[in-house]
Ligand binder design. Structure first.
Ligand SMILES: *Cc1c(COP(=O)(O)O)cnc(C)c1O
Length: 402
């Protein structure tokens, strides 16, 4: 149909690879195959009961109408209180914008700040949507590869080397999806120093801030100094910490003028985030935080189990990985298994083929690192129960053993 010519911005837009991998697993499941699915990028827990109750109460109180496009004042204040409580960070409600999930927040930051001719520095491996959303804004992603040896952390030298007169923004994700890496505070501070020196804006995606393990620490990027805070755009939300992916609430904390521009954009594109979800998010932030810790403890058990199982794979199969300090992903390099017979005699050339063969032969679903700018790697989500993890790791082991 000749009339259906997509806009230039959309012609090159690919669907989210993680969602695509999950869809492929679902397809096989629909055929009756027992797929061991580790593609999930969300907590498997139900949202805590106090938060669900707050949503019901909000509905019954009649909070079923449009709200202010940038979010209700109660939620903006709750975000400010949470950052003061958790990180000693002072911010005002006019620095906060509530959006329909952190992904929407990121889109609105990029759409408000970037355009043709602008460069956005993205350390790889990166979350699938980063480069796509930068391109959607018409700007150019500048990918900087980090190494497993560095724990997939960008160094100040690498950042310096990537900055040009066109650089608009650095996008950081700490803790990281897909690698699970967490930045040591000193290294984060060295990046913050570069940002101040070069007057660079930093979008810090801290959606996994509450899921920290094995003695790793988390440092909010804006918390180093007022000079750093002035250049930091924090993006986070309730999806991962409170098991609220379906509610679609994220936020941005940033300079007042940016927040104003984003609010204008949002008022034209989506209007307000769901009113009921906003009231639920107020309870999430203001209410008891014990459920966050209870879920974190569960995730840590799973992480430790996965690591125990995977460590022997280093010598046995030549698999390499950096142990995750946060989030809920194991990210490992399977390139030692390329061009060798795996289970069923199948041979693969890259991580995407590895995932396809693993799904077909062993009915285990992982996400290829190719989607994250990390050829040779695959991502396993441990946001599933221990029983499923055991079955999955057994199956992967058998697949690798050939
Ligand atoms: C899950 C995730 C998000 C966004 O989550 P929302 O559900 O849109 O709030 C953002 N960044 C990363 C790295 C994520 O993994």
């Amino acid at each position: 149909m000749s009339a259906l010519r997509l806009s230039p911005a959309l012609q090159n837009l690919k669907p989210s690879a993680t969602l695509a991998a999950a869809a492929k697993a679902k397809e096989l499941k629909a055929k009756g195959v027992n797929v061991l699915d580790f593609t999930l990028g969300e907590p498997d827990f139900i949202t805590p009961v106090n938060i669900r109750d707050a949503a019901i109460a909000a509905m019954n109180a009649g909070h079923t109408h449009y709200t202010a496009s940038g979010g209700i004042p109660e939620l903006k204040q709750a975000v400010c209180n949470a950052y003061q409580r958790d990180y000693g960070l002072a911010c005002k409600p006019n620095q906060v914008l509530i959006s329909c999930g952190a992904k929407h927040s990121i889109h609105n930051v990029l759409a408000s700040l970037c355009g043709p001719g602008d460069e956005v520095i993205i350390p790889a491996p990166y979350w699938v949507s980063y480069s796509a959303l930068v391109e959607l804004a018409g700007a150019t992603p500048v990918i900087v590869n980090t190494t497993e040896e560095s724990g997939f952390c960008l160094s100040a030298e690498q950042l310096m080397g990537a900055i040009t007169p066109k650089t608009k923004l650095l996008m950081l994700n700490n803790p990281s999806n897909p690698t699970g890496s967490t930045y040591p505070a000193a290294q984060l501070e060295s990046l913050a120093r570069v940002a101040v020196e070069k007057d660079l804006l930093v979008l810090s995606d801290e959606i996994y801030e509450k899921l920290i393990y094995a003695g790793s620490g988390f440092r909010c990027f804006a918390s180093f100094s007022p000079e750093v805070a002035a250049r930091t755009i924090i993006v986070s939300g309730v999806s991962k910490a409170y098991a609220m992916t379906g509610w679609r609430i994220g936020w941005t904390i940033g300079p007042v003028d940016l927040i104003k521009a984003m609010d204008n954009l949002q008022s034209q594109e989506t209007s307000n985030p769901c009113s009921i979800s906003q009231f639920a998010a107020v309870e999430a932030l203001n209410g008891p935080q014990s459920s966050v810790e209870a879920m974190r403890v569960e995730f840590e058990k799973r992480r430790n189990y996965v690591m125990e199982r995977m460590r022997p794979w280093r010598s046995k199969f030549g698999i390499t990985f950096a142990e995750p300090g946060g989030a809920f992903y194991a990210f490992f390099n399977v390139s030692s298994s390329f061009k060798k017979p795996l289970a069923g005699g199948v041979k693969v050339e890259n991580a995407t083929e590895f995932c396809t063969a693993l799904l077909e032969q062993a009915h285990v679903a992982l996400v290829t690192g190719d989607a994250f700018g990390a050829p040779g790697y695959v991502r396993l989500s441990f946001a599933t129960n221990l029983e499923l993890l055991k079955a999955g790791l057994d199956a992967i082991e058998n697949f690798l053993a050939g």
